[in-house]
Ligand binder design. Structure first.
Ligand code: PLP
Length: 373
């Protein structure tokens, strides 16, 4: 978290602990704090304050958007269009709906991870109720042609959801220009706290709540509001908006230096989705003849936190569905490594990675039966 975020949250735990639904002063003070934060989050994506629904994070925002539309529009149809590279929060929600009898079209992507808007248009049917395509991919950083897809959805009169968890705060976002009806965000991706996020719900969009109860958030999401989280999210959103251009220009330069440095120091490495329009902070690198998990562990021992393209679940290594969708073989998939930079990343951080990576890769390659110098 940014220090300013923590500093703004602390008094909510110690002094301003009112329940925003209470009539007394303590409650109304908490409500005022929440209103200010809502304004900051709305401003970050050019939404109206009444269109911001606070939820527990990106996962819940995606669930609420997809299930909320699906359950509202059963009389119109049960067909959903999405892509093969969505985050699991979208992917598994759509799979669950498939099991409940909904029909899902899983659009393929190009070698750089791009959804072709023409494929979206072609997939539309009379019973299509929702199109859900992420704004930017969390593994390879590809930025999708969301405004084009949004226009197609609008012309076909179909609701359009975009998972903007990775895009928000990293690139300019204007939900009007993107023609999104629903847009997911998560505070911890922009130096805010974990466990708080928001769903933009365009005025007039039908949405059956997934969380029922006391009718909070204009009946969209019940449950006593997480004021400290919301306040932290508000500060993070303001800072992201105010500093977006300068921060991200610097982050992009660092990322490009990291990639150029790795390519010049290590043979047979490639950058995934290198030619696509990408987020400035994401770098997904494929290292031939080396295991991603080995790389992550060796980097961790040097105090560097990276991640692989694979997810280790229940003891088996599942290849990344994103890298598979862009055409990577299982071997290539397992040799993938992701670095995520941020406004807090320094020149020295990049130098450190460039210093340790060549010998780490060399050592792992020595263990590979396929590697020849
Ligand atoms: N969507 C995307 C694209 C993400 O990258 C993430 C988190 O990594 C999520 C959704 C889930 O967000 P949260 O961790 O806030 O539930």
């Amino acid at each position: 978290m940014r220090p300013e975020v923590g500093a703004a949250m602390m008094p909510v735990f110690t002094e301003h602990f009112g329940n925003a639904s209470s009539i007394h002063w303590f409650g109304q003070y908490a409500k005022a704090l929440m209103d200010d934060a809502r304004q900051q989050v709305a401003k970050l994506i050019n939404a109206d304050v009444a269109e911001i629904v606070f939820v527990s994070g990106g996962t819940e925002a995606d669930n609420l958007a997809i299930r909320g539309i699906a359950e509202s529009l059963t009389s119109k149809g049960r067909h959903i269009i999405t892509s093969k590279i969505e985050h699991h929060a979208v992917l598994h929600t759509c799979r669950d709906l498939e099991e409940q009898g909904y029909d899902v079209t899983w659009l393929p992507v190009s070698g750089d991870g791009l959804v072709d808007p023409e494929n979206v248009a072609k997939a539309i049917r009379p019973d299509t109720i929702l199109i859900s395509i992420m704004h930017a991919n969390n593994e390879i950083g590809t930025i999708e042609p969301i405004a084009e897809i949004g226009t197609i959805a609008e012309q076909a009169d179909i609701y359009f959801h975009s998972d903007g968890v990775q895009a928000t705060g990293k690139i300019p976002v204007d939900v009007r220009q993107l023609k999104a009806d629903l847009y997911s965000m998560s505070a911890h991706k922009i130096h805010g706290p974990k466990g708080i996020g928001a769903l933009f719900v365009k005025k007039g969009t039908p949405l059956k709540p997934t969380m029922t109860g006391g009718g909070h958030e204009r009946n969209r999401r019940s449950g006593t509001e997480n004021i400290a989280g919301i306040v932290g999210f508000g500060v993070a959103a303001r800072l992201a908006r105010e500093e977006l251009n300068s921060d991200m220009t610097r982050v992009r330069q660092l990322r490009d230096r990291l990639e150029a440095g790795l390519k010049s120091k290590i043979a047979s490495i490639h950058v995934n989705a290198e030619n696509a329009l990408r987020l400035p902070n994401t770098s997904n690198i494929m290292v031939d003849y080396a295991e991603g998990e080995g790389l992550v562990i060796a980097l961790d021992l040097k105090g560097i936190a990276a991640s692989t393209g694979s997810a280790c679940s229940s003891g088996s290594l599942e290849p990344s569905h994103v890298l598979t969708a862009i055409g990577r073989t299982p071997d290539e998939n397992h040799g993938s490594l992701r670095f995520s930079l941020s406004s807090m990343t320094t020149e020295q951080d990049v130098n450190d990675v460039l210093e340790v990576m060549p010998s780490i890769v060399e050592r792992l390659r020595e263990l590979s039966p396929h590697y020849r110098r």
